[in-house]
Design a protein around this ligand. Structure first.
Ligand code: SAH
Length: 347
């Protein structure tokens, strides 16, 4: 297998280039072609000698993805991409426009092992991890296709990022490299379903990104019903890890809470949640659950959500309801890979 050159850090690339008998600065030129100008072939690297380009082709490959499908919302400017990878696998990314700039939601795995009951991502099981370059390609390709500058990344697409820890760390390093996209780490969010071992590892890295934790329930009984990961790490252990993370990084944790009618949305649930989170540097993001064809969960009513938020706020926990974007293109987790979008059905 030729080496995946777009997943290499500048230091690694420099070592490889020196091994080929070239000067160190050549590695910088190649890195800039890959991550700043974002070319997809060695022949486009016009300031690299033809001889070296030939050598590079022997040792390395620039893995790219191609647009299999592109859906544009008619309600807002949300665009959803289905990308095909070099081995034929399909992944999804979504670009959303906010006041502060364009945000891309990227996938970190093909499929997912976590099996959350309300989520479409894992219905067909887990296939494989994405490499750093495959996560990067989603950002580069979408920005180029739309002719925009993407300023924010959320790792909230298909997959569990902390279950693909090393590739995700490599992606974070590359996407924030000042010689590449140069994104600010503060503009990146990483969402986990609660992989405590991964939260502890991430804590050691002391990154300035925002950690989102998909909590979705105030107690083990409800959480275990919808999220199998809770059987491995229960809520107490998860929240202990979150507190320690917030303390070590001084970063506010964002808790995701999908409101599911009759499951986790009662006033009692709100009170219990407020008690659990009391005193923690955090924010709660309520998301009306998106219905997934294979599952019969329904979203809570607006009235229920207002009541839930009011209880949290009264107890001093800041909370917001997440705006729904791209609802006509089924822009949420795993729905495009499953091939059941409203737009497709209509045409
Ligand atoms: N594996 C990570 C990131 C991917 S999911 C995680 O679990 O956090 C991104 C977010 O979407 C998670 O909070 C997830 O629980 C939520 N989600 C999944 N399916 C959903 C649905 N049908 N409606 C609302 N939110 C959903």
């Amino acid at each position: 297998m030729p080496e995946d050159i777009k997943s290499m850090t500048l230091e690694e690339l420099t070592e490889e280039i020196e091994r080929l008998g070239e000067k160190r600065f050549v590695a910088k030129q190649i890195f800039s072609w890959l991550h700043d100008k974002r070319v997809s072939s060695f022949d486009e690297m016009t300031d690299i000698s033809k001889d070296l380009r030939r050598k590079l082709k022997n040792f390395f490959k620039i893995y790219d993805c191609t647009i299999e499908k592109k859906l544009c919302s008619v309600y807002d400017d949300t665009v959803k991409y289905l990308y095909r990878l070099h081995d034929g696998e399909l992944i999804e990314s979504v670009v959303m426009q906010y006041k502060y700039g364009y945000t891309i939601c990227v996938s970190s795995q093909v499929g997912c092992k976590m099996g959350c009951k309300f989520c479409a991502s894992g219905i067909a099981g887990f296939v494989r991890n994405l490499t750093a370059s495959e996560i990067l390609s989603q950002v580069y390709k979408s920005a180029a296709d739309l002719g925009i500058r993407i300023s924010h990344v959320v790792m909230m697409g298909v997959g569990e990022p902390l279950d693909n820890f090393d590739n995700v760390m490599r992606f974070l390093r590359l996407v924030t490299d000042e010689k590449g996209m140069n994104l600010s780490m503060r503009n990146i969010s990483l969402s986990t379903c609660g992989v405590v071992s991964g939260i502890n590892r991430l804590k050691e890295k002391k990154l300035q990104l925002t950690l989102s934790v998909s909590l979705h329930a105030p107690n083990d009984e409800i959480r275990s019903r919808t999220m199998p990961v809770n059987n491995k790490w229960g809520i107490d252990e998860l929240l202990r890890a979150c507190k320690s993370y917030a303390k070590a990084t001084s970063r506010r944790i964002s808790f995701e809470y999908a409101m599911i009618d009759g499951v986790n949305d009662s006033d009692e649930c709100a009170k219990e949640l407020a008690c659990r989170l009391a005193g923690m540097l955090c924010h709660v993001n309520l998301i009306p659950v998106n219905s997934v064809k294979e599952r019969d969960y329904k979203r809570s009513s607006d009235k229920r959500m207002k009541s839930f938020i009011a209880i949290l706020e009264k107890k001093g926990i800041t909370a917001t309801v997440r705006r729904t974007l791209g609802s006509d293109i089924n822009a949420s987790c795993g729905q495009l890979r499953r091939g059941q979008t409203a737009v497709e059905r209509e045409v």
